[in-house]
Ligand binder design. Structure first.
Ligand code: HEM
Length: 183
């Protein structure tokens, strides 16, 4: 099933979600490590991989944003209080906005400090990496909020993971109490 329904995500949305998640979860420790180790071939290789994976994430994010216009996402998980519904939407939107900010400042950092940099004002070479680093920290906070919300819902209210394609077999010991539909 390519397309999402009001109950569940389709294969296209699932693919875009999990491929972005794997890449981003690889890029965060890589980014932290590469900016803290001594100069050398390992550091340069990590930079090169980080920048290239970042460009793949850029492509996947553009497709995800486009895909949201092509088909609506499923309705919110049921049983959330109004405050939780607001939080769910705020964390979701924040993740998109900060991801886009990370991609822009990441490309800016590469242009201002990488091998292609020439004639770039010194302020740009200082501010862009600092902005990228700050955004990455806020993004990590949003990621923790996202994961906490999902796990908490899964454990206390019902199955929210399989509608994003998470393998059912891995959840067999966790009771699913809720189905999804419009509130
Ligand atoms: C897709 C999401 C991205 C995530 C989650 C991410 C994450 C990170 C993290 C955690 C750091 C280390 C920051 C620090 O503490 O100093 C970093 C550094 C860096 N990232 Fe990204 N990044 C992303 C996208 C990109 C993109 C698209 C590019 C370029 C095309 C890029 C280029 C860089 C560069 C050049 C640095 C080194 C900055 C410095 O030298 O201080 N990043 N990234």
């Amino acid at each position: 099933m390519l397309k999402s329904t009001s109950q569940t995500y389709g294969n296209a949305a699932r693919f875009l979600h999990w491929s972005s998640a794997i890449l981003i979860l690889t890029m965060i420790p890589m980014g932290i490590a590469m900016t803290r180790i001594a100069d050398g071939s390992v550091k340069s290789t990590l930079y090169l991989i980080h920048v290239n994976l970042g460009l793949v994430v850029l492509l996947l994010t553009a497709l995800r944003v486009l895909w949201r216009f092509i088909e609506p996402s499923p309705s919110l998980p049921t049983g959330l209080s109004p405050a939780r519904q607001w939080l769910f939407k705020a964390v979701h939107t924040g993740q998109y906005l900060f991801l886009i900010g990370l991609i822009i400042t990441g490309i800016g950092t590469f242009m201002a400090t990488g091998p292609l940099a020439s004639g770039i004002p010194e302020t740009a070479a200082l501010t862009l990496p600092a902005a990228h680093s700050l955004l990455s920290k806020v993004f990590m906070g949003l990621l923790v909020a996202h994961l906490t919300g999902i796990v908490q819902y899964q454990l206390t209210k019902g199955d929210v993971l399989t509608r994003m394609g998470f393998p059912k077999a891995l959840l067999k010991n966790i009771p699913a109490k809720t189905t999804f539909g419009k509130e």
